[in-house]
Design a protein around this ligand. Structure first.
Ligand SMILES: [Zn+2]
Length: 152
């Protein structure tokens, strides 16, 4: 079992404080016109909001590996259940967040697998903005929405 050394905050030159000493990654999982959102528990940072599964990257991991590990912990899916399509980086210099964009295969069946989520739900892309979004995801969503509309 490799060390989990990524947990911690980074004081970023952008003025923000971000989670993940080696950056963080998340999985944007799409299925037709829907994407998978996670309703985050009230007690987590920026709790009671909707976002995508993800978390801090450990020093020995790629961003994709980090996103898949977190997705396994949070929504109980494995790499065999998805097809990775693209990756987008939001680079702050001192800190970086990668969104891994993947398509769910037909047997992919995410569930709320740990206490960090109240619920996971397939949401129509056009309805995403009607939910209370996690601030960081909310900021990225317009760009990600444009991007996934161009995917085959
Ligand atoms: Zn920053």
């Amino acid at each position: 079992m490799a060390t989990r050394d990524g947990d911690g905050w980074v004081e970023c030159p952008c003025g923000g404080k971000h989670w993940g000493k080696f950056g963080a990654a998340g999985l944007l999982l799409i299925r037709g016109s829907q994407l998978l959102l996670q309703h985050r528990a009230p007690w987590v940072h920026n709790g009671d909001t909707w976002g995508i599964p993800g978390g801090a990257r450990d020093s020995h991991e790629s961003f994709t590996e980090a996103a898949l590990r977190e997705a396994h912990e949070e929504i109980a899916i494995t790499a065999e259940e998805i097809e990775i399509l693209d990756e987008r980086a939001e680079d702050h210099g001192a800190w970086c967040y990668h969104t891994i964009i993947a398509r769910a295969k037909s047997h992919c069946d995410p569930i709320a697998a740990n206490q960090e989520s109240i619920e996971v739900r397939w949401v129509e892309r056009d309805l995403v903005n009607s939910l209370a979004l996690h601030p960081a995801f909310g900021k990225n969503w317009a760009n990600l929405h444009n991007l996934i509309q161009t995917l085959p």
